[in-house]
Design a protein around this ligand. Sequence first.
Ligand code: SAM
Length: 472
Amino acid sequence: MYDPKSKCADNFINHEEIMDTLAFAERNKGNEALIREILEKASLRKGLTHREASVLLACELPGLNEEIYALAEQIKKDFYGNRIVMFAPLYLSNYCINGCVYCPYHQKNSHIARKKLTQEEIRREVTALQDMGHKRLAIEAGEDPKNNPIEYILESIRTIYSIKHKNGSIRRVNVNIAATTVENYRKLKEAGIGTYILFQETYHKESYEKLHPTGPKHDYNYHTEAMDRAMEGGIDDVGLGVLFGLELYRYEFAGLLMHAEHLEAAFGVGPHTISVPRIKHADDIDPGVFDNGISDDIFAKIIACIRVAVPYTGMIISTRESKECREKVIRYGISQISGASRTSVGGYCEPEPEDARSEQFDVSDNRTLDEVVRWLMDMDYIPSFCTACYREGRTGDRFMSLCKQQQILNCCHPNALMTLQEYLEDYASPETKAVGEALIRKEIPNVPREKTREILVRNLENIRNGQRDFRF
Ligand code: SAM
């Protein structure tokens, strides 16, 4: 039975409830009165249930679809302004004992080069990322208790935080590793991680078990209940995600929102972020196997519907998506993107030799960070390297309340401008710097509180004079 408060995955991601939701959405996809009512509710910016949001996703009335996009865009502006937070993934190890049929790390893949970074190699990779201007990383690893035990992950996090760079250290390490125990989540929390990210891959239990035929990841309930254990272990920023293309997208969408509802019901705080990766071509994966791929238009609609359903939750897209696709969807609700990513182990220091590749999937956006920063600014977005909330202890419900009170413009907005100023001073090409300076000048008046504006102007000047790391 569907029960968002239940601790059991079969109840909070309840298959019958999803099937019923999909049938309800299908019956109402042309029901103008109901869709208008749901849009009305969404415009209050308090979110929607999975059932209501599923009706919007199914909506086939062109005029109303336009309204959904417009509302998503407006909600993004209200809660997140025009900031886009930047991060980069860091692949620590591709050793893996799972059998995920869509992932080239799967244990039986004998032609991928297996690699695990030593602490010295991590130092070099992180320095390369710092040399580009990154301040926020997401570490990634396959699941392999022998090669990548929790002690290795913890040591790697300590190494990353300890690396001194002339322009400042990495300020936030998010972690994307396999589902683990409460005790290990507690250790990750103690190591000072930002968000714990785990993609569900698919919420469809039967498909999940087929797609993960062997290894610890086969256990659907253990995987799906991971965020509960993470929160029990004290991690209050968790990031959900679905790998779109594995199963029917409407099913995944309803499951994803039910997962968010569950965290809210059981812990009083929803997910910090939702990622929307799409399946990509990868080594040893037959591209014909996945016939649930979603078009760019459906992808945009999913993003818009997530935005109106969970207005306070950050949304992430990676370099799995091309420049053109990112350009199209950012406005509907994306708040974080990766830039200049390498998905191979050790890829920031050394390009992969063609005959010994270790990457996870093909990257569609190969631009440098400077190019991505400039491109965002050309579209009037503020690339932000901010990590202030986490460092000020504004995690979990404390961050959510900042967002709910729409205080982002008095807090995140000036922080974004200050970290952008740092980037311009330390890394930007002359063209990017000129565009950035103009953008910052234009954005200062958008900080509502006068006192904050004054401090901001002073801090920007201090940054130009060599000082660093100011934050609200
Ligand atoms: N090993 C960890 C786990 O099992 O959750 C997480 C790390 S894995 C490097 C990160 C994510 O990459 C996976 O959760 C999966 O969604 C995604 N991924 C795997 N194969 C992919 C592919 N062919 N295309 C796009 N994304 C893929």
